[in-house]
Each structure stands twice: as structure tokens, then as C-alpha cells.
Design a protein around this ligand. Structure first.
Ligand code: SAH
Ligand code: SF4
Length: 383
């Protein structure tokens, strides 16, 4: 397998040194932008104009915001900015998947991935650099948490992707980015306040106006925050289940020791927005000889009985250093058949962007990225 294309971009114009001292507008709500505007002695209505330039038109250069007038442009450009994170690497897979490595102001790096499909284009974004949880099958889990991403860094990923995909002005009909999933690096519910603020801006009608039905948050199962997320954001929920017995889940998804299967499933049962039209997704990574028996499949459908659900069987993506293997095609088929017989449709997730290591659990930052030789071995294995 060959990587379709790759570019390394070290001198992105967003690497503006002065950005360090100017406040980012990307994590602020309209009231907060109004405070900045009035603190500069400018009339309040300038805030809404500035807001529209940033959120509806994707403008980053104050010089282009002619509607604001020269005085406002000069004053505002001295104290705030709408810069994106810097792109340090862009890879495009043969199947159209794009992966960007992005660098924050403090040099920390995260990844985001765009996955085009016939009826949608999904952007997978990160919520943390690394992860504090140590799920045994997850590559990101081997990297210790470096820090939470700020709200501006989370929205910045989405705005940057829109720049890259040519999706401005926001809300245009033929846009390429239609859905967002928080399935990149990190546990979004361990960075809840920033995730909440970022998603509110993305979903607000005067922000990007993306419907909450088009946003999915994936969690390993932080029960108290799942409840808050349902009440306060109402986005779609995906649960990283991966095991149907506590003993095994304690090993695969160690947060299970704190919130066990019963507590988690009871909490999902109460998730406010669930209906047949908006079902919870149960993510289940298929690991050979570990969690892939017919007995596991039967217990899975029993556990979630009565909850409007989709089941997503994810072939385990092997990474160097992991002892796990992906289940055989036969085991996946047999598992899927049991699940389908119980009424859940087409449950196997097709791996995407494998040639650029963009698949689930393979997102990882530059400091610990795979060496070329490891990458070659992995690509060989994937043939
Ligand atoms: N922390 C959140 C979101 C990020 S992980 C969570 O755990 O849900 C996104 C998804 O990728 C999760 O379902 C995760 O279990 C899955 N995943 C992680 N490593 C994987 C691997 N090696 N192969 C397949 N799926 C993996
Ligand atoms: Fe963290 Fe999710 Fe990976 Fe677990 S699966 S280590 S929660 S990113």
C-alpha cells in the first residue's frame, strides 16, 4: 500500500509570532466578543459584524473585514485574532481520507481526519493531546496526557478544515464537511467544559449552525458527564463498549473499574435524546480471541435490549507494540450475524485511510509518531 500524497508545511501563515499576545476569538461567545469590542471604546454593534466575518465567512485577516471600518480594524487587530492552528503535515489517502497534523501555539501537536462518504463528509477531531485513560488496545492511550485542548483549539480544528475544504461561507449547500465526531485523540468528557463551549459555538445558529444531530461525541464511559452532555448539549452519543463482562472491560477499558457496565448502561438508557431516529452507537473493537465469541455477541444484544441502538463493530487496527490481533473475517461475520438477527443493521465499520494511519485509535502526535520502518511493516501487514 502506498501513501497517496503527503506535504509538510512548516511555514504556514498562521504561525504568526504576534498571535501569542492577542486573544483568540475562536473560543469566545458573542457576549465575550462584545466585551473586547467595547473595551476598545468601539460601539457594541461592531462585535456582531466581527463575529459574522469570523464565523460565517471564515475570515482571519482584519484587512479583509472592510465592513468594520478602519478604526475598528486597527484597534481589534491589536488585541485579538482568529488564527487557526498551524498545519505541519497533510496526508491524503487513496480513498480520499485526509489527515492533518496540527500544531498549537505552545508547539503541542494533535491530529484530525476528514472522511468523505457518498452522503456526508465527517471530520474527526481531537479533544486532548494524549489521553489519561489507558485502554489496552488504543494507540493514543500509550501516550500520557499532555494537556487538554482549549475551546479555541477545538473549534480551530473545524474552522481550519473548512478552510482546507473550501467550505466558506458557513452553511452553503454544497459543503463538504457535514458531520463532526469527537473520536480523535483524548477523552472528550474529561475536558468537558472546553468541549461544551466549542460545540455550543459550532452548533449555534449564528456560529456554524451545525445541527446537534450531526455531532457525535464518543466516550469511554464517564457516567456523570454523559448525563450533563445529554442535558446541556443533546448531541449524539457513541459509547466505547468493547467488552460485555466487567472483568474483561476492566482490562480493555480501565475506567470500567470506576463506572461498571451496569452503571454505564443504565446511564445510557436515560440519555435524553434517544429515539429510533437518534440511536446511541455502541463501538465494539473486534480483537481476536479476546472479545469476539458468539457468546459475547449474544450477551451484547441482551445487555442493550430496549435501548435505541446502533452497533459498530470496528476491526482492531494493529499498531507496533500491541500484542492484540484483529479478529478473523469469519469471527467478525459470525458476530455480525448474531447482532443482525437481533435487529441491528450493517454493523461492521469499514476501515478508512489505512495507508495514512488515520483509522481509529491510531491518532498520535509527532513526538511519538511511527518511524518509517515501523510504518512500512504495518502497511505490509495491511495488504
Ligand atoms: N476517548 C474516546 C474517543 C476517542 S477513541 C473513546 O474512547 O470513545 C475513538 C474510538 O476508537 C473508540 O471507540 C476507541 O475505542 C476506538 N479505538 C481505539 N483504538 C483502537 C484500535 N486500535 N482499533 C480500533 N478501534 C480503536
Ligand atoms: Fe483514551 Fe479513548 Fe484511547 Fe481509551 S480509547 S485510551 S479513552 S482515546
Amino acid at each position: 500500500m502506498q501513501v497517496a500524497s503527503q506535504t509538510t508545511l512548516q511555514d504556514s501563515p498562521t504561525a504568526d509570532e504576534t498571535a501569542f499576545s492577542r486573544q483568540s476569538l475562536l473560543g469566545l461567545n458573542l457576549e465575550e466578543v462584545e466585551e473586547i469590542v467595547t473595551s476598545q471604546g468601539l460601539p457594541r454593534f461592531r462585535a456582531r459584524q466581527l463575529w459574522r466575518r469570523v464565523w460565517r465567512h471564515g475570515q482571519t485577516d482584519f484587512g479583509d473585514m472592510t465592513e468594520l471600518g478602519k478604526d475598528a480594524r486597527d484597534k481589534l487587530s491589536a488585541v485579538c485574532q482568529a488564527d487557526r492552528p498551524m498545519i505541519t503535515n497533510r496526508q491524503t489517502s487513496k480513498d480520499g481520507t485526509i489527515k492533518w497534523l496540527i500544531r498549537c501555539d505552545d508547539g503541542q501537536e494533535a491530529e484530525m481526519v476528514y472522511i468523505p462518504e457518498d452522503d456526508r463528509g465527517t471530520l474527526c477531531i481531537s479533544s486532548q493531546i494524549g489521553c489519561t485513560l489507558t485502554c489496552s488496545f488504543c494507540h493514543t492511550g500509550t501516550q500520557r496526557l499532555v494537556r487538554n485542548l482549549t475551546a479555541a483549539e477545538i473549534t480551530g480544528q473545524v474552522l481550519l478544515a473548512m478552510d482546507e475544504l473550501g467550505d466558506w461561507p458557513a452553511g452553503k449547500e454544497e459543503r463538504r464537511l457535514t458531520n463532526i465526531v469527537l473520536m480523535g485523540m483524548g477523552e472528550p468528557l474529561y475536558n468537558y467544559e472546553s468541549v461544551k463551549k466549542a460545540l455550543s459555538l459550532i452548533m449555534w445558529g449564528e456560529g456554524l449552525g451545525l445541527s446537534k444531530r450531526r455531532v457525535t461525541l464518543s466516550t469511554s464511559g464517564i457516567v456523570p458527564e454523559i448525563e450533563k452532555c445529554g442535558d446541556e448539549l443533546g448531541v449524539n452519543l457513541a459509547i466505547s463498549l468493547h467488552a460485555v463482562h466487567d472483568e474483561l472491560r476492566n482490562e480493555l477499558v480501565p475506567i470500567n473499574r470506576k463506572y461498571d457496565l451496569k452503571t454505564l448502561i443504565d446511564c445510557v438508557r436515560r440519555y435524553p435524546v434517544l429515539s429510533n431516529a437518534r440511536r446511541v452507537t455502541w463501538e465494539y473493537v473486534m480483537i481476536k480471541g479476546v472479545n469476539d465469541s458468539p457468546e459475547d455477541a449474544r450477551r451484547l444484544v441482551k445487555l442493550i435490549k430496549g435501548i435505541p441502538s446502533k452497533i459498530n463493530l470496528i476491526p482492531f487496527n494493529k499498531w507496533p507494540g500491541s500484542d492484540y490481533e484483529c479478529s478473523s473475517d469469519e469471527a467478525i461475520d459470525a458476530f455480525a450475524k448474531i447482532v443482525m438477527k437481533a435487529g441491528y443493521a450493517s454493523p461492521v465499520r469499514k476501515p478508512r485511510g489505512q495507508d495514512i494511519l488515520a483509522a481509529c485509535g491510531q491518532l498520535k502526535s509527532e513526538s511519538v509518531r511511527l518511524r518509517k520502518s515501523q510504518m512500512a511493516a504495518l502497511q505490509q501487514a495491511a495488504k
